[in-house]
Design a protein around this ligand. Structure first.
Ligand SMILES: C[S@@+](CC[C@H](N)C(=O)[O-])C[C@H]1O[C@@H](n2cnc3c(N)ncnc32)[C@H](O)[C@@H]1O
Length: 352
């Protein structure tokens, strides 16, 4: 078959965009770590000399960094004055860690999978799994930085209210287990919003739990939070009003076994809340920009994590509603409902 030059050109354009994004990622992380975006946003229009002076960095590097950022569209350049600046939108997305569109956070996780790529290739070849804990440390921090803005924007205002009677219980004082809590971003947000309730975050990854404990101190929620190392099938407690799983059920080897344990740990009128990445039923429906992010994260992180554990179910980050429903029902839950969805997430509510 002859090569169609127009189609080849279109493919080259797409490649150039992808290559540009891939090579800009580390520069974005440098901008975050050295406070370059924050300094530029605060100072207003600045030359590379002025920004270097303000941030205690070498001007020669900043000349390159600023030009690269301007070419990427994360800062503006005025050729007349030779000054760089940021629009309100760029400043919001590049400097505000609480904004729903905090761009630098995502690149920590992306950086981690580049570092781990050869280990993942080996796992694909040998069929072995690769546990969450075996990844580069940037994955743990990156997950928190990437997911937390979405939790801040949705969890208290929309996701918890979408569950039957849960907010009322949380206001009065409820017992909550946040399983697979990672660095505890969701646990801490809930603990702040509902000071009369008690929250315990569980995760099998010791380092994440240590980070979560530190964050609980910084965020002033030690009074109503606790963080313990435990797996989803073995965490202690029998009388929870609410058990939450944020973006972690599909990472587990035995999600059905986890569901059974949740059922045993809940009060008879308790609720199991499961937040999973947004996905539609069929692969063809998920071939979108969001699906692209999730299928690749699933290959590089989620499926290897699940295959490293007992059972090795390998649900994947794009598990359909029907395959998740099968897991929930096999775990013993009779009332299963998708409560709400956003462009990035689905929220499921299960009752005994
Ligand atoms: C994608 S991260 C999500 C972390 C956190 N819930 C959040 O939203 O930021 C998945 C988490 O599941 C945890 N995990 C995986 N398998 C687990 C298991 N069997 N029991 C407990 N935690 C598990 C990992 O250690 C990791 O912290």
């Amino acid at each position: 078959m002859p090569v169609d030059p127009d189609k080849l050109n279109a493919l080259a354009g797409k490649f150039l965009n992808d290559m540009g994004a891939a090579i800009t990622g580390p520069s974005i992380l440098i901008g975050e770590q050295l406070g370059l975006y924050k300094a530029l946003a605060a100072s207003g229009p600045a030359t590379s000399e002025e920004l270097a002076k303000k941030t205690g960095t070498l001007e020669r590097y900043l000349r390159e960094w600023l030009a690269g950022q301007a070419a990427a569209g994360y800062v503006e350049y005025d050729p007349g004055s030779g000054r760089y600046s940021m629009t309100p939108e760029q400043a919001y997305a590049m400097t505000n860690e609480d904004s729903p569109l905090y761009i630098p956070g995502a690149f920590y996780s992306v950086a981690s999978v580049y570092k781990d790529q050869r280990k993942i290739a080996e796992a694909i070849k040998t069929g072995k799994g690769m546990g969450w804990h075996e990844h580069h440390v940037d994955l743990f921090m990156g997950t928190k930085k990437f997911f937390r803005p979405g939790y801040l924007a949705n969890l208290v205002s929309s996701w918890l209210p979408s569950l039957d009677g849960v907010v009322e219980k949380l206001r009065k004082g409820a017992r909550v287990a946040d399983v697979g809590c990672g660095l505890g971003a969701s646990t801490i947000i809930m603990a702040k919003a509902f000071p009369k309730s008690q929250f315990v975050g569980f995760d099998y990854h010791t380092e994440s739990i240590e980070w979560a404990r530190n964050d609980a101190v910084t965020e002033g929620v030690v009074g109503n939070t606790d963080f313990e190392v435990s797996t989803a099938k073995a965490y202690p407690g029998k009388d929870y009003d609410l058990v939450t799983f944020f973006d972690c059920l599909h990472d587990m080897g035995d999600p059905v076994g986890a569901g059974r344990h949740v059922l045993e740990s809940l009060k008879p009128d308790g609720t199991w809340m499961v937040v999973e990445p947004f996905a539609k039923e069929m692969v063809a429906e998920n071939l979108t920009p969001v699906g692209r992010v999730f299928y690749n994260a699933s290959l590089l992180i989620c499926v290897p994590a699940s295959l490293s554990q007992e059972v090795g179910r390998g649900l994947g980050a794009q598990a359909s509603d029907s395959s998740l429903e099968e897991v929930f029902r096999s775990g013993g839950f009779t009332r299963v409902r998708k409560a709400v969805e956003t462009p990035f997430n689905r929220v499921f509510e299960m009752r005994p």
